[in-house]
Design a binder for this molecule. Structure first.
Ligand SMILES: Cc1cc2nc3c(=O)[nH]c(=O)nc-3n(C[C@H](O)[C@H](O)[C@H](O)COP(=O)(O)OP(=O)(O)OC[C@H]3O[C@@H](n4cnc5c(N)ncnc54)[C@H](O)[C@@H]3O)c2cc1C
Length: 301
């Protein structure tokens, strides 16, 4: 259970205190505000605050004095046009602030997305919780044979059980020593900022992460993708659901043009033209590398 009863009560109190506002609100996002959605074994994502809605994107694009919306059909067409032509600044007018609890090794990938504002839980000031990501057995897989940067077949039951035992045992032992090092019981007690170096990368951390919609879409395109590591992808998938609720028109355009769309190189377009003209093109005759060809064919097959 990622949240304590006290934390749940704080969230319930926030959700019980509605106030009238002149600001634009997204009904879908209001329904999500403050709620913690579980991810992995101890993690979560929750929306702490947001600014803007689909109309705010149109408002900015039209540099309007009012709400900036016309008909839903008109707005949808405008948002699709903006997405199609990489006219990105109107999407930057919407922002979201998330509270995320995630394993440290996932945080290391996440923090590479520099176009966000972050404030992380302090392991110098606070004592970290005894919470470690221990994968489900079916998430324990062998090194991939085709992709150096990924996993392949799920481990057999015996090997998986051994790995799980090590993961759990090592985490608990490291945490026991962390506690023993910082203890001031009969000793000076090592500073928290030093003792934490003993903790493994599957320990959980937390942060507030604020990002605009344009850069969030960039994050989601990379991290809700099949090439992303499973442990960050599950967070991205959850955030996709939140974005769908928040800005349904922008989400639909993003899903169509970016998540579901493909970018073709000039070489790929030339091959496609030859194929449409009835020519049987092979990888050798395409001018593409094996990897490019595999990805190109993967789009159509
Ligand atoms: C599947 C996958 C595998 C990866 N593997 C590795 C790996 O092996 N090793 C590794 O180190 N990283 C790896 N990464 C991280 C990746 O290289 C990027 O650092 C990460 O995805 C963040 O992307 P970004 O820089 O575009 O995002 P952001 O930092 O959010 O930046 C968004 C855009 O803003 C611009 N921008 C931001 N800051 C600057 C700047 N300082 N200078 C110029 N332009 C800037 C760029 O146009 C950038 O695309 C991987 C990522 C993925 C998705």
């Amino acid at each position: 259970m990622p949240l304590s009863p006290d934390q749940d009560a704080e969230i319930a109190a926030l959700r019980a205190t509605a106030r009238p506002t002149l600001r634009a609100v997204s009904e879908g996002m209001e329904a999500q505000l403050y709620l913690a959605h579980p991810v992995l074994d101890h993690g979560f994502v929750r929306v702490v605050d947001y600014m803007g809605d689909d109309a705010a994107i149109c408002q900015a694009a039209r540099v309007s004095y009012g709400r900036g919306t016309k008909s839903v059909q008109n707005d949808e067409g405008l948002i699709r046009y903006l997405m199609r032509h990489w006219h990105s600044t109107p999407f930057e007018m919407c922002e979201v602030k998330l509270h995320v609890k995630l394993p440290v090794f996932v945080a290391r990938q996440w923090i590479r997305h520099r176009t966000a504002n972050v404030n992380e839980y302090s392991g110098r000031y606070s004592i970290l919780d005894r919470e470690f990501y221990i994968p489900q057995a079916d998430a324990l897989a062998a090194q991939s044979a085709v992709n150096n940067q990924g996993r392949g077949e799920v481990l057999g039951a015996e090997e998986a059980a051994r790995v799980l035992d090590w993961l759990k045992g090592d985490a608990m032992r490291a945490y026991d020593h962390y506690e023993a090092m910082i203890s001031q019981d009969g000793q000076q007690g090592l500073a928290r900022e030093l003792a934490r170096m003993n903790l493994p990368a599957n320990i959980y951390t937390q942060w507030y992460w604020k990002v605009d919609l344009h850069n969030l879409f960039h994050f989601l395109r990379l991290r809700a993708d099949a090439h992303a590591q499973y442990e960050i992808r599950v967070y991205a998938d959850l955030i996709c659901d939140l974005v769908r609720a928040w800005v349904p028109l922008a989400w639909a355009a993003f899903a169509d043009y970016r998540l579901g769309g493909v970018t073709l190189s000039a070489q790929a377009v030339a091959v496609l033209r030859r194929q449409l003209a009835g020519e049987a093109v092979t990888q050798e005759g395409s001018g593409m590398s094996k990897g490019e060809w595999r990805e190109f064919m993967g789009v159509w097959q």
